[in-house]
Design a protein around this ligand. Structure first.
Ligand code: ATP
Length: 302
């Protein structure tokens, strides 16, 4: 997903909150959005989630299933937890039995069972936040956007956030998360986007956290085994593509490649990467293992 030349202001002639923002994130990646209060972190997340439309510019390649957890769950709605989540599952397009299963799964996992029949306005802030998290996960999200997800959660639920993030990444999803409490030390492999003065910059990872992308080609017949081996070694497989298809970075902006289908087993990503392993030096030739260079080529971030 990419934000291309995105500008945002809330009112015509009002101040620009974001200017000329260009950021991109791929399947299996998580970015933490950092910055002081009021700088535009929530605005950036809402643009990414599709909750806000850019005043100028555009957002491309947003996955179809987006889970958005707002900073404050809007609890002033006259529904019980169970009825609200069932309705949200239907809104997410899940058919009846699947919707029921998804609601049960997340109600159990987030410790909401005893609140099933409680109305939303009667919930504590932390419990309401858990309902907010549950609704975003009912349909496995291709993009999960978490605005200060640790806010108000008890310690058990706080532990659950990185677990959920890892699961979304392992399914090939993308995660954006804002944090002003320093909780994101719990997401060691995350990229860091910093918002200041209306602009978004990415902090270059350094030392053990630095990663590089290695392109390699393998015989098509052995791609499943190769991907499994790479993952078993702790590498992060970003995608598998046909050799004839150029990587997205070389495409023109207007080309807008579609997101990998959710049922493509090779669009999934193994976490974590392998911090500290040496990568090729800048400018080093990409690895190539397959004679003749035919067949899909996994790109491997390490
Ligand atoms: N709906 C709105 N209408 C008008 N201005 C808004 C609206 N939402 C946010 N703003 C303004 O846009 C700016 C950025 O707000 P935003 O909520 O994105 O910042 P933030 O970095 O997420 O802040 P915090 O850390 O306090 O959540 C602020 O000046 C805020 O007052």
């Amino acid at each position: 997903m990419r934000l291309e030349g995105v500008w945002l202001r809330y009112q015509r002639r009002g101040p620009w909150v974001l200017r000329e923002t260009d950021v991109a994130i791929g399947p299996g990646e998580v970015a933490v959005v950092l910055g002081r209060n009021g700088v535009g972190k929530s605005t950036l997340l809402q643009l990414a989630a599709g909750v806000l439309r850019p005043t100028r510019g555009r957002v491309v390649d947003r996955p179809a299933a987006v889970g958005w957890v707002p900073e404050r769950f809007p609890a002033d709605q006259p529904f019980t937890v169970g009825a609200y989540l069932a309705a949200m599952a239907r809104v997410a397009g899940l058919p009846g039995p699947e919707a029921d299963r998804a609601v049960r799964r997340w109600v159990d996992r987030l410790g909401l069972t005893r609140f099933h029949g409680v109305r939303l306005p009667e919930l504590s802030k932390g419990t309401a936040q858990k309902v907010g998290l549950a609704q975003a996960l009912l349909r496995p999200p291709g993009l999960l956007v978490l605005d200060e997800p640790w806010e108000g959660l008890d310690s058990a639920a706080r532990e659950l956030v990185p677990e959920v993030v890892d699961e979304v990444l392992a399914e090939g999803g993308t995660v954006l998360v804002s944090d002003h409490r320093g909780e994101t030390v719990r997401l060691p492999g995350a990229r860091h986007w910093s918002v200041a003065d209306g602009t978004v910059t990415e902090a270059a990872p350094s030392g053990a956290a630095a990663t590089v992308v290695v392109e390699l080609s393998v015989p098509a017949a052995g791609v499943g085994a190769a991907v499994a081996r790479l993952r078993a070694d702790g590498h992060h497989v970003i995608r598998v593509r046909d050799h004839a298809v150029p990587p997205p970075a070389t495409r023109q902006a207007s080309d807008s490649p579609p997101a990998a289908p959710p049922d493509d087993p090779f669009s999934a990503t193994a976490q974590p990467g392998a911090p500290g392993r040496p990568g090729p030096a800048p400018g080093e030739a990409p690895l190539s293992g397959a004679p003749g260079g035919s067949g899909p080529a996994p790109e491997v971030a390490r």
